[in-house]
Design a protein. Sequence first.
Length: 115
Amino acid sequence: LGASTAGSLFLKGSNRTTEDMLRKLREDPLFQIKRQEQAARENMMANPLIAAKMQRKAAKESKKEQKKAKKADKKVKKAAKKEKKAAKKEKKASKKKGSSSSSSSDSSDAGTKAK
């Protein structure tokens, strides 16, 4: 597009910024290091022995995470069971206390009437 075309100035500018961004990415040392690491990783994974070793390591880590999650779940269930047991015990104690207070007053009344 020519410079006389309406809006062409903006199109050129956007192309320049895109090119500048790409140039900055290509020249960025951190980006270069990351690209080298990625290439080295791909090269390692091309070796079947190393790839198998990495898969075993990943499987071991996932198994460890599953075991940890299972243990945490078991701990939560145990705490819930303990709470339920405590509530049941408290309910039983309050029920026993409520019935014993009324029955004890009945027995004491019966004892005074007999005299």
